[in-house]
Design a binder for this molecule. Structure first.
Ligand SMILES: [Zn+2]
Length: 379
């Protein structure tokens, strides 16, 4: 993660680079901003720049021994603290508390894949199920121990604390002294998405740095590097994302799935209208080959389409929530959704979703539903 890998944030990057060049490096900084704007990527790029032995004017060199270790987030003078869950004690394990070091290989592997992520994705990665991520009190001893060691090979020893708002109060309290009187060449980078919930005494000991939403141009460039989108769709994704790269990816994921759903929805409605049993069966096989969550999502998507088509007939664009391809299809299809069948169509979709949950054979559910829709559309 170099500055050049951070999406947008040109102003902030320049400011950080200038501070290093003029040797005005605060010992504790709090980077804060909304999820997906790049607070963690910026902090990592800054740490890397600080420890690069061959700094360039605009970025770290990428090839010095320090940069090479940073490529894998495995530098002896770079430490990470992040929310975790307690590991279950296996027989024979010592009774020490779980700390971030117990998850460090998972963390590095995760960072290597993507540095723009949300807490829930990280927790999924470590199979937290529904547990909340926390920075436990035991972490403070580990932090102090690491900072007591001499600097191994870099100019600075850097401690990046991702989401200090998840820190247990006792842990935060134990860090106050070192934040106030830090060891020489020791730097704390706190990375928060909710600075209001960071202990006030910690906040007051750090220099705050706001990471703003990503500018639309940079966000569009980053999206275009990964996805091919027509211009108008790109504009709408950028608009919906509000400067968050994570949000942009979520919008795009939904779009991709919804395109599949729309295709299937259109095919089903055509088969039902023409009473094409052979095609209904073929689509039923396809439907049954998908996972249960997908099947349920498809039925809730279909409910959305029925509702929107019913509303479409009133010609009020402001209460209609469909994208262009959905609207194109609805121009004609909406004439078949009316007050005589809309409630029953919604109910049939609802009960089909319930049957999926009750493990009824999906082919049966699908065919049965298709027959009912075929009748209802002619009402
Ligand atoms: Zn370097």
């Amino acid at each position: 993660m170099k500055f050049s890998d951070v999406i947008g944030q040109v102003h902030l990057k320049n400011r950080l680079i200038r501070s290093v060049q003029s040797n005005q490096i605060p010992h504790a900084q709090l980077f804060y901003g909304n999820e997906g704007v790049g607070t963690l990527p910026i902090a990592i790029a800054y740490a890397r720049y600080l420890n690069c032995t061959n700094r360039r004017d605009e970025d770290s060199c990428g090839s010095c021994p320090s940069c090479i270790k940073y490529n894998k987030y495995a530098h002896p003078d770079l430490h990470f603290v992040f929310p975790i869950i307690k590991k279950k004690k296996s027989s024979g394990a010592s009774d020490k508390e779980t700390i971030c070091d117990d998850y460090i290989s998972e963390w590095r592997e995760f960072l290597n894949r993507n540095v723009y992520f949300k807490l829930s994705s990280w927790l999924n990665h470590i199979r937290a199920d529904n547990a909340q991520g926390t920075i436990y009190t035991a972490e403070s001893d580990s932090i102090l121990k690491k900072l007591n060691l001499k600097v191994y090979e870099a100019e600075y020893k850097i401690m990046i604390i991702w989401l200090p708002e998840k820190m247990q109060e006792e842990c935060a309290n134990k860090l106050l002294k070192i934040l106030e009187e830090p060891y020489e060449k020791t730097i704390f980078l706190l990375v928060s998405e909710d600075p209001e919930r960071v202990l006030g005494t910690i906040r007051s000991r750090s220099q705050s740095l706001h990471v703003p939403p990503i500018d639309p141009g940079s966000l569009a460039t980053a999206i275009a590097a990964k996805y091919h989108l027509p211009e108008d769709e790109m504009a709408s994704v950028v608009h919906l994302s509000n400067g968050s790269y994570i949000k942009a990816e979520e919008v795009l994921d939904n779009n991709v799935e919804n395109e599949d759903f729309l295709d299937l929805f259109i095919t089903i409605m055509r088969n039902c209208w023409t009473r094409n049993i052979r095609n209904m069966k073929a689509k039923g096989d396809y439907f049954a080959s998908m996972g249960r969550e997908w099947q349920k999502n498809f039925f809730s998507y279909s409910q959305h389409m029925i509702r929107e088509n019913f509303v479409y007939r009133f010609h009020s664009k402001d209460i209609n929530y469909m994208n262009t391809s959905e609207s194109d299809f609805s121009a004609k299809f909406s004439t078949y959704v009316n007050e005589r069948n809309v409630i029953e169509l919604m109910e049939e979709l609802e009960s089909a979703a319930k049957h999926i949950e009750q493990n009824v054979n999906p082919k049966m559910i699908f065919l049965d539903l298709s027959m009912k829709i075929a009748v209802l559309l002619k009402k």
